[in-house]
Design a protein around this ligand. Sequence first.
Ligand code: AMP
Length: 123
Amino acid sequence: MPKPYDPTNVFARILRGEIPNKTVLETAHTLAFHDISAQAPVHVLIIPKGAYIDFADFAAHASANELVDFHRAAATVCEILGLTGPEGYRAITNAGLHGMQEVPHYHLHILGGRVLGRLVERP
Ligand code: AMP
């Protein structure tokens, strides 16, 4: 049985305007803002405005408009942040215990501005 969405999570509170954020882009269905604890010179989070827990939940249940809006917004954020050159960037999402997802509202991390190393440490 999957867990229900927790409306008290920090990103839900940001979406309700209860917590401030440093917005990069807002669209009909998507919000992008700077991570509060940046792990790279550029570290932005892209979140859907809808109540989705993780990637699988978003992919399975979001409308076509939400899915398109989210991915186009993420690409626009990369352009706004100057990440579309040859240096590139990384887009990642965490889920569950092994992925060590901390905030249970789906989000894509966009990281850039330095060489980011391997995706994961080898054991
Ligand atoms: P994850 O571990 O993938 O769930 O990532 C959660 C991210 O949310 C972390 O990188 C945190 O630094 C970030 N974060 C937590 N609270 C806030 C906040 N109020 N504003 C911006 N980013 C936040």
